[in-house]
Design a protein around this ligand. Sequence first.
Ligand code: ADP
Length: 428
Amino acid sequence: MYNKQIEALPLEKLRALQSERLVALVTRLYRDVPFYKKQLDDAGIQPGDVKSIADLQRLPFTRKTDLRDNYPYGMFAKPMEEVRRIHASSGTTGKPTVVGYTQNDLDIFDEVVARSLMCAGARPGMKLHNAYGYGLFTGGLGMHGGATKLGMAVIPVSGGMTERQLTILQDFKPEVMCCTPSYAQTLSEEFAKRGIDTRDLAVQYAVLGAEPWTEAIREQVEAGLNVTATNIYGLSEIIGPGVSQEDFEEKGTGSYVWEDHFFPEVVHRDTGEPLPYGEEGVLVFTTLTKEAFPLLRYWTNDICSLHYDKNAKRTHVKMSAIKGRADDMLIIRGVNLFHTQVEEVIHEFDFLSPNYKLIVEREGTMDTVKVEVETTKGVDYQNNTFKTQLREKIKNTIGLSMDIELKSPGSIPRSQGGKLSRIEDRRG
Ligand code: ADP
């Protein structure tokens, strides 16, 4: 553990710390951010009404539209003289949101990324191949700061220029790498294409995030790069990467949310009602300690569930892998669909690889989905039996009839370094 005292803090002590921090946060927000003063006034809540973390559920949500309405700096709680860095979201779903950090915020950012890296298997003295994009995107600089704090040597490769990535991975001998899961797929395939045996690389751990992914991709990347791959989650509005992280020895059991800083809730996507542990809904975060850009009950739009894992090394709550963003959810003939559900079905067939795309079209009043998916090497992609098997399995597990097109290996676009969109919506 990077910070044993906090990561293994008994739950009642964690709650006390969160309560203390929430009370201070609400006082600061009411005093320093006009948007929050109005929101709390409108809700009939005064800072003194909030006494513990249990009162959080009474407070209003903050939505992405609120951030856009206050673009660029309207939500900042500190004067610019105290801001030391500005980032923005990737803008995946529209105009990017702008976020700021005080020195203290940057220190917290480093701390949670250092915790995350250690949780992923990294140790001081190791080298990090950082293939997240450097720049306004929080991935590159976020991982960089945390790795430095942990005592690693950072190789700031940034995303893209795949040929160079392969050379550096071979020659610089990093033990840890980080990038998006789709770019890890690309790197693994490019090594294979060149006949390079990845068992000769020094890299042992891959810390992958910034987009949804499932066990199908984990299997492909772990085998292809000869690494242990874990999930890192985050979003610029909350801090960047390092909001949560999966432990390399507890793979598949969810990612620890560093809840001393980021208090998570999962709520019903239509009503906003808090949901019990284990139930899937929209993830909502309150930034308990941030100074420049603190948020109350921020509606991430990401779909997952929360649970406490009694057998885990740490006491913090775990979140399941993100199924997708609520606004990326397709509603096809009344059935809700995330692309990760199709990815999970693809995983069940040895003749398929997790390189796929969903194409959504409208025929009259009917929406249709076509799955384009590559077969594995050496498999006949024109084989109709394979197509039928996949169609049947999707129908039985997801409840939708989809057109299937099997494609030859390498024919579906790959990540060039960043996030990869796996849905092509042609509905106009
Ligand atoms: P944008 O929302 O514009 O893409 P960010 O770069 O801040 O901006 O990305 C944050 C979003 O990326 C999250 O809200 C989530 O949808 C997605 N994301 C980040 N990490 C993961 C992950 N490990 N699994 C699934 N989705 C992730």
